[in-house]
Design a protein around this ligand. Structure first.
Ligand SMILES: Cc1cc2nc3c(=O)[nH]c(=O)nc-3n(C[C@H](O)[C@H](O)[C@H](O)COP(=O)(O)O)c2cc1C
Length: 332
C-alpha cells in the first residue's frame, strides 16, 4: 500500500492511542509485524512543543518507517508551522486528528469537533499540505452523529485539499467508543475517492476474521487496530497470517515491554504508567486474578521480579500461580 510516494510494508496499522501507543509499545508492535504506526497525538501549540509529554511523543521508533506524527489543533497557520517543525526533525508523514472526541480536545474545537466546520477542516488540510513536502493524512470518524455523513464529506474535502490517505473510525463523535461500528460510511468514502487515495478502516477489529469483515464491508485498502492490540501486540502477527509467539515468548515480550517503559519514562514515573499495559497482559495470559498483586508493587525492580516469577510459575504450570507468586511477592 502507498501513502503518496511511500510504500508500507503491509496495510495493517496500529492506531494512535494517547497514553498507550507510546514508543515502547510501538517498538513491540513493529516487531510483531505492524505495517504502519502513527505517534500519539501531539498538540500543535508552540508553547507546548517543549513540554516533557510533547518531547516524548516526538521520539521516533528505532527502525520503523515511515515515521508518522499526528498533530491536533484548530489554527491552520499554527498547524502548518507544527508540521514544518516535525518534518525538519525527520518526520515522513503528518497525520491530522479529526477524530478525537475527548472533551479536552473538543472544547478547543479540535479533533472530531472539526467535523462541524468542514470549511475550517479543509483550510487546515490545505495549509499543512502546502507547508510540507511529505504526505499529509487525516484520521476521522463517520460524523458528529450517526447517519449525518459528515465523515465522508470531511474525507473528500481533505483529499481535495491535499490529504493522501484517510483513516475512518466507523463511529460518530456522539458514539465515542460505544455501540457497534458501521463500516458503510467508510465504504461510501472509498467509493467516492480517487483510487490513488487509500482508506484505512478502523474500529473494533480484534482478530483476523474481524479484519476480513471490515475490509470486505468497507472496501478499504487496509485496517487500523487500536485497543485490541493492548495486551496482545502479537495480534499483528495473527493479522499477517504469521505464527504467534508461544507462551514463553509472550511472557518475554511482557517483561521486555515493562523494562523498556521503565527506561523510556524513568523508573519513578513508569511504575504507574506500565499498569494499564500489565493489566491487559495479565488478562490476555489468563492471569487476571493476580492483577491486584501487581498493582500493589511500588517500585520498578519489584515489578520486573514479580513478572518474571509470574512467568516462571505460569510456564512451569506445576502448582497454582497464586501460591507460587504470592510468597515471592512478600520477599520482593
Ligand atoms: C486510550 C485511547 C487513546 C486514543 N488516542 C487517540 C489519539 O491520540 N489520536 C487519534 O486519532 N485517535 C485516538 N484514539 C482512537 C483510536 O485511534 C481508534 O480510532 C479507536 O480506539 C477505535 O479503534 P479500536 O476499536 O481498534 O480501538 C484513542 C483511543 C483510545 C482508546
Amino acid at each position: 500500500m502507498q501513502i503518496g510516494s511511500l510504500t508500507l510494508r503491509n496495510p495493517t496499522a496500529l492506531a494512535p492511542m494517547a497514553g498507550l501507543s507510546d514508543v515502547p509499545f510501538r517498538t513491540i508492535a513493529w516487531r510483531m509485524g505492524a505495517g504502519y504506526m502513527v505517534s500519539e497525538m501531539v498538540s500543535s501549540k508552540p508553547e507546548l512543543w517543549e513540554t516533557g509529554k510533547s518531547r516524548l511523543r516526538r521520539v521516533p521508533v528505532p527502525g520503523a518507517d515511515p515515521v508518522a506524527v499526528q498533530i491536533a489543533g484548530t489554527d491552520p497557520h499554527v498547524m502548518a508551522d507544527a508540521a514544518r517543525r516535525h518534518v525538519q526533525d525527520g518526520v515522513q508523514v503528518i497525520d491530522i486528528n479529526f477524530g478525537c472526541p475527548a472533551k479536552k480536545v473538543c472544547r478547543k474545537a479540535a479533533g472530531s469537533a472539526l467535523l462541524g466546520d468542514l470549511d475550517l477542516l479543509a483550510r487546515i488540510v490545505a495549509a499543512v499540505a502546502h507547508a510540507v513536502p511529505v504526505p499529509v493524512t487525516v484520521k476521522t470518524r463517520t460524523g458528529l452523529e450517526p447517519g449525518d455523513d459528515l465523515g465522508v464529506q470531511a474525507g473528500l474535502m481533505a483529499a481535495a485539499n491535499g490529504a493522501q490517505m484517510i483513516v475512518m473510525h466507523g463511529r460518530s463523535r456522539a458514539c465515542r467508543f460505544k455501540g457497534g461500528v458501521d463500516f458503510m460510511p467508510v465504504n461510501r468514502l472509498v467509493e467516492s475517492l480517487d483510487a490513488s487515495i487509500p482508506v484505512l478502516v478502523n474500529g473494533d477489529i480484534r482478530c483476523r476474521q474481524d479484519a476480513e469483515r471490515a475490509l470486505r464491508e468497507s472496501g478499504a485498502a487496509g485496517v487500523m487496530v487500536g485497543r485490541a492490540a493492548i495486551g496482545r501486540p502479537w495480534l499483528f502477527a495473527e493479522l499477517a497470517g504469521q505464527a504467534l509467539p508461544d507462551k514463553n515468548a509472550q511472557w518475554q515480550i511482557v517483561v521486555e515491554h515493562v523494562q523498556s517503559m521503565h527506561e523510556f519514562y524513568g523508573t519513578t514515573a513508569a511504575v504507574g504508567i506500565v499498569r494499564k499495559h500489565v493489566i491487559a497482559y495479565l488478562q490476555e495470559l489468563g492471569c487476571a486474578a493476580l492483577t491486584s498483586q501487581f498493582l500493589a508493587l511500588s517500585c520498578a525492580a519489584s515489578q520486573i521480579a514479580w513478572l518474571q516469577q509470574c512467568a516462571a510459575a505460569d510456564l512451569g504450570n506445576a502448582i497454582s500461580i497464586n501460591r507460587r507468586v504470592a510468597p515471592a511477592l512478600q520477599a520482593a
